[in-house]
Design a protein around this ligand. Structure first.
Ligand SMILES: Nc1ncnc2c1ncn2[C@@H]1O[C@H](COP(=O)(O)OP(=O)(O)OP(=O)(O)O)[C@@H](O)[C@H]1O
Length: 464
């Protein structure tokens, strides 16, 4: 029924072009979907609401363009007393707010709120996702009951695993952005899963049968990066022996993932901006524009808005890339995900190394959940892989981590790092000796250490 209602998009009263672009992108992606989505400003005016967002109000009948969110969605005449979503305006740098169970958030059925910043970084409105209509109706009718059914926790989205509140929010956002054509910027520390998020967006989009092309912008010098991305013409530089299509052309119809985008030069940034604005590339050494239809998803482990402020990254490109920004919190801030990830990596590692399935005892799991994992999911994944390869038995032994539980927390963390380094080093030495048939001189060369250094290490690790 809600789907037959017209959507409401009050042309944003704000004149900020970035905000207008963001609301437009949200309008495009939320327009035809059954999820209930709205954009609300600081004064609770509905800037945009998709047709599914309306419950028992007819947007066409009333002065919906002036409607306040509490009138339209909570059937109230005055603002809700304790709207949890307003934290997006009050708390700087907050990435999202879960509203489902707190304060009057239950009255309108809002589930999450995300800040929408204008060009100057000020948060002037918020994107709101609501619970499905059935749950909202239930909550509106019984606002104070504690016995409401818990919202289902989704433990994975494609290959992305997580049960924490942060991951639930991310799953929702991914589903929402997947179908849009808008550019997406994924920010998060190294190893948090940015590339996997980009891949998931691609797989959920209608581009899934077209290429997903990954480019590590940080690892290539400017000229090479340009030639890789835009292609080149024969003779345009030494070594250009033939015309070559660039990765933008290869990705036509699909998605291009530009990793480490913060590490690009101003010249490259200017060229990329042109491609995004015009939807065409020019090969290096060529004049002919070539039309490309590619969705750009980029990622960085730096704070790009800070780099913009420091004039180290073009502001206009930042806004082009970050029409829809996603944020991946570090693993230490979503410890609820660790057990699920550990189980997943143990199963995958055992399979990869042709071992019988192994389990993780509750003690070990508890210990693993307490570690800080500065390298995030990648570090956890490598740790489990190492434990699977270097130990035996039906239960996975993570002795080095488990031993830490009796230590003071700080000493514990120092030891985790020290022990992880030792374990890696020992494994590398054993592997080098295996490869060289036990020849210590060749093993030392392979490890790029002196022979004396290798002897010391062999003594240290009891490998003599
Ligand atoms: N939520 C997750 N569920 C399952 N696997 C994950 C998850 N997050 C990360 N991984 C795995 O962890 C590893 C690192 O992830 P990924 O390469 O996507 O991180 P990243 O943030 O792009 O890292 P970097 O910034 O260093 O490029 C990959 O093997 C990925 O499959």
């Amino acid at each position: 029924m809600a789907g037959s209602q017209p959507e409401v998009c009050a042309v944003p009263s704000f004149s900020d072009p970035i905000l207008v672009a963001r609301v437009e992108a949200i309008r495009q992606l939320a327009g035809g979907i059954s999820d209930r989505v709205a954009v609300v400003d600081r004064e609770f005016n509905i800037v945009y609401a998709n047709s599914s967002a309306w419950t028992n109000r007819e947007p066409g009948d009333a002065d919906a363009h002036q409607a306040k969110c509490y009138q339209a969605f909570a059937q109230r005449t005055d603002p809700c007393g304790a709207c949890p979503a307003t934290k997006v305006f009050e708390t700087p740098d907050v990435q999202s707010i879960s509203c489902g169970t707190e304060g009057d958030g239950t009255a309108c059925g809002m589930r999450q709120a995300f800040p929408l910043a204008a060009g100057d970084g000020q948060v002037t409105s918020m994107l709101v996702l609501f619970n499905p209509l059935s749950q909202t109706t239930l909550r509106t009718a019984l606002p104070v009951s504690n016995d409401l059914p818990a919202l289902t926790v989704r433990e994975h989205l494609g290959d992305l695993i997580g049960r924490s509140a942060a991951m639930q929010q991310l799953f929702d956002m991914i589903v929402l952005v997947a179908e849009s054509q808008a550019t997406v910027l994924i920010q998060g520390e190294s190893g948090t899963g940015k590339e996997l998020v980009a891949k998931t967006i691609h797989r959920l989009s209608d581009r899934r049968d077209k290429p997903f092309v990954v480019v590590d912008c940080g690892s290539l010098p400017e000229t090479l990066l340009e030639s890789e991305l835009f292609g080149h013409m024969k003779g345009s530089f030494t070594g250009a022996t033939a015309n070559k299509r660039g990765l933008f052309e290869e990705a036509d119809g699909g998605t291009i993932f530009l990793d480490e985008i913060a590490d690009t030069t101003p010249t490259f940034q200017a060229k990329l901006l042109r491609v995004l604005q015009e939807g065409e590339v020019k090969r290096v050494g060529g004049n002919q524009p070539i039309k490309v239809e590619v969705r750009v998803v980029s990622a960085t482990n730096k704070d790009l808005s800070e780099l913009v402020k420091a004039k180290a990254f073009r502001q206009d490109l930042y806004y082009r890339l970050a029409v829809l920004p996603l944020f991946l919190p570090p693993l230490r801030e979503r410890r609820d995900d660790i057990a699920l990830l550990v189980d997943h990596f143990v199963v995958a590692s055992c399979k990869r190394h042709r071992q019988a399935p192994r389990t993780v005892s509750p003690d070990v799991m508890q210990a693993l959940s307490e570690v800080a994992w500065p390298g995030n999911v990648r570090e956890l994944q490598h740790y489990i892989e190492r434990a699977v390869v270097t130990t035996t038995g039906p239960e996975l032994a993570c002795g080095d981590i488990v031993a830490l539980r009796s230590k003071a927390p700080e000493e514990g963390l120092r030891m985790v790092v020290r022990d992880a380094v030792s374990l890696t080093e020992r494994t590398r030495i054993v592997e080098a000796l295996r490869k060289t048939g036990g020849n210590r001189l060749r093993a030392a060369k392979l490890l790029k250490i002196s022979r004396a250094g290798l002897y010391n290490k062999l003594r240290e690790y009891g490998l003599q």
